[in-house]
Ligand binder design. Sequence first.
Ligand code: SF4
Length: 234
Amino acid sequence: MSSIPLADSDASSPPSITTGGEGLRITEIFYSLQGEARTVGLPTVFVRLTGCPLRCVYCDTAYAFSGGQMMSLGQILNEVASHRPRYVTVTGGEPLAQPNCLPLLEQLCDAGYEVSLETSGALPVAAVDKRVVKVLDLKTPASEEVQRNDYDNIAHLNAHDQVKFVICDRADYEWARFKLDQYQLADKVTDVLFSPSHGQLLGRELAGWILEDNLPVRMQLQLHKYLWDDAPGH
Ligand code: SF4
């Protein structure tokens, strides 16, 4: 398994991302097992873009807020190809904070990969290539970024997309259950994901609530946290 670690860590300062030309600021590119969502456990290349305008209290990728290294689209595509993957996930930070994320997604699809995008749900997804599987977060109240949710994004979800709630406590669960019903999410996408916030809510507690309410959601645990304790590059 190889990776390009490119970032320095500064979780407290606001995002200051400089990009130019056709390049993207990249924190790391690495080959690992997908830790969550529908393709969990499958070997995947991750392209982690630098920068995020949000500051969720439970963020596990604060090292991607700043630093990184400029790479051209060609360099990124070459690095991805070197791993000969079937699956590629573009993540962050918030990848859509860099406009050149859109042509990157398109070119990854053109190259024949099964491409997914992990996005906070705070930035518009309307222009994302339709071949991309969007894994769209809806930020809960306990994330302290609930006001950033752009609910217009829901109209741009395709059936193959996924909506994810990271749930910190019972109040978050109730909120997520309400949104599930309000937007009829289970009818819009194949998978609605309920994930316990690691270290804040026990998985078995969330599992019990889901079963009690018979919700049409998929509960998930984050595999990479169990395998590699959330270390960068995995
Ligand atoms: S949106 Fe993601 S990367 Fe940004 S602060 Fe929240 S958890 Fe961290």
